[in-house]
Design a protein around this ligand. Structure first.
Ligand SMILES: Nc1ncnc2c1ncn2[C@@H]1O[C@H](COP(=O)(O)OP(=O)(O)OP(=O)(O)O)[C@@H](O)[C@H]1O
Ligand SMILES: [Mg+2]
Length: 130
């Protein structure tokens, strides 16, 4: 999962929104960690479950790692500054459904499902990743 995150990261840049969906414990944070560490090295990447947002300074852009699980209503996303971030930063969003229509239509999607001991990833909107 960490390695796949690194592959995904190679075709992403500022202004893109990546929605990470899947059940509790599916591996959304683990995938985001792989993406972030592929750019910034083996830094600590905590789950944003309680902070809702963690930001990282990457060389070419700012990266926002968001976990909307505890968001009470979509409008609370405005206060977090998400609208500007969706335009300007690379945003990885766990539990994007909590934001309702605030999620841009052109967002990319990764759905993670349990499959035996492993995981099955379904991508929407990406160019081919091999
Ligand atoms: N192939 C795999 N990919 C990702 N995680 C895996 C895999 N196999 C086992 N795991 C384990 O599953 C757990 C996934 O936890 P993670 O916090 O990434 O899930 P999450 O989808 O972010 O959950 P939450 O909905 O609580 O935010 C970790 O403990 C991880 O070690
Ligand atoms: Mg998580």
């Amino acid at each position: 999962m960490l390695g796949f995150g690194s592959k995904m990261m190679s075709q992403l840049s500022a202004g893109q929104v990546i929605c990470l969906t899947g059940d509790l414990g599916a591996g959304k944070t683990t995938l985001a960690r792989g993406m972030i560490q592929s750019v910034l090295g083996s830094i600590d990447v905590p789950s944003p479950t309680y902070t809702l947002v963690q930001t990282y300074e990457c060389p070419d852009f700012e990266l926002w790692h968001c976990d909307m699980y505890r968001l009470e209503k979509p409008e609370d996303g405005y206060e977090l500054g998400l609208i500007d971030a969706f335009d300007e930063a690379l945003c990885l969003v766990e539990w994007p459904d909590k934001l309702g229509s605030l999620i841009p239509e052109e967002a990319l999607h990764v759905d993670i499902a349990f499959e035996g001991e492993g995981r099955k990833l379904t991508l929407r909107g990406f160019k081919n990743i091999t």
